[in-house]
Design a protein around this ligand. Structure first.
Ligand SMILES: [Mn+2]
Length: 321
């Protein structure tokens, strides 16, 4: 049934896939697993496609729906892409998306390309999890496990209700979830503060390598493959470092350049006012106005030069207006 009514479509579907973006963060994991649990309540057995995610998210319920089998044979009636601004960010799940009968996209990235049949995109929402809450709240039995998954996604993407994307509505939603009994102290400590020793070592190296361009107010750091190896770190272990660089006094834009273990170079951008979504777009990436990223195939030193030049251009353009 080809309809923009998500729950009509679900009722008529035999097979449903739910996926989030590659290198899943707390919002991707929270929104996808919350939604999978709702589908299960509707008598469906969703197949969740998510890459491996950080262990500290393991308390989020719904992981029994993670699909570990061969995706080549998957041809679902419905495909839900959550917290994903474009099809490429689905990674290998994009092939399953292409074979699906109907596709839905629930997302909050300003760079969203509207790539699905039906797109519920609200760039003003704090997180995909907050949008999922609005969609499901009157359509399911909102139990503690679903509430905790959504709360986790919101806490992650707002970094504990402190990013400017946090609205009055975000707090209201959080309040409704607290009313359901979510353990806020536990979730905050898991989502925002828990590190492995490797992650902490990597953060330490990145902080030691901090550079500050005083003229423009750009703070940046580079993590090489060697740094990763010396710290015993994995690719997702850079989580939160770019944001931390923004704390240097006088910083408007922070950048982290990471040479991943496979040699690809990931750039992560955070900003206090300049539009870093535009900067990331120059490198084939995207995200939000104040938080964005991209993955490129040039050596880290070259990436740093190009990136810092691009940030300066954007800052000059905006200041000229
Ligand atoms: Mn998100």
């Amino acid at each position: 049934m080809y309809t923009n009514n998500i729950f009509d479509a679900i009722a008529n579907a035999e097979s449903i896939v739910v996926a989030g973006h590659t290198s899943p963060d707390g919002d991707a994991v929270g929104s996808v697993l919350a939604f999978a649990q709702v589908l299960a309540q509707k008598g469906k057995t969703p197949k969740v496609l998510l890459e491996e995610y950080a262990e500290r998210f393991n308390f989020i319920k719904g992981s029994e729906y993670l699909y570990k089998g061969d995706t080549d044979s998957l041809k679902p009636d419905i495909f839900f892409a959550l917290d994903c601004g474009d099809k490429e960010r689905l990674g290998s799940a994009a092939q399953v998306f292409d074979r699906a009968g109907i596709t839905y996209n629930i997302d909050h990235h300003i760079s969203n390309t509207g790539f699905a049949d039906f797109n519920t995109v609200n760039a003003g929402a704090s997180s995909a999890s907050e949008i999922v809450y609005e969609i499901i709240k009157d359509k399911c039995e909102l139990n503690l496990d679903i509430a905790a998954a959504i709360y986790s996604g919101i806490v992650y993407d707002t970094s504990g209700f402190k990013h400017s994307s946090t609205s009055k509505r975000t707090h209201e939603v959080a309040g409704e979830l607290v009313e359901l009994g979510v353990d806020t102290a536990f979730i905050h400590s898991k989502i925002l503060y828990e590190h492995t020793a490797s992650q902490l070592r990597l953060k330490g190296r990145a902080l030691v390598n901090t550079c500050f361009d005083e003229e423009y107010g750009i703070t940046y750091s580079v993590i090489t493959k060697t740094d990763m190896e010396l710290c015993g770190a994995k690719n997702g272990d850079t989580d939160g470092i770019a944001e931390y660089l923004l704390n240097v006094r006088g910083t408007s834009v922070a950048a982290l350049i990471t040479e991943k273990t496979d040699g690809a170079v990931k750039i992560s951008l955070r900003s206090k006012k300049y539009d870093v979504n535009k900067v990331a777009a120059l490198f084939g990436g995207g995200g939000h106005r104040l938080a964005s990223g991209a993955t490129i195939a040039v050596p880290p030193e070259q990436a740093r030069e190009k990136l810092i030049a691009a940030i300066k251009d954007e800052m000059e353009n905006e200041d000229r207006k």
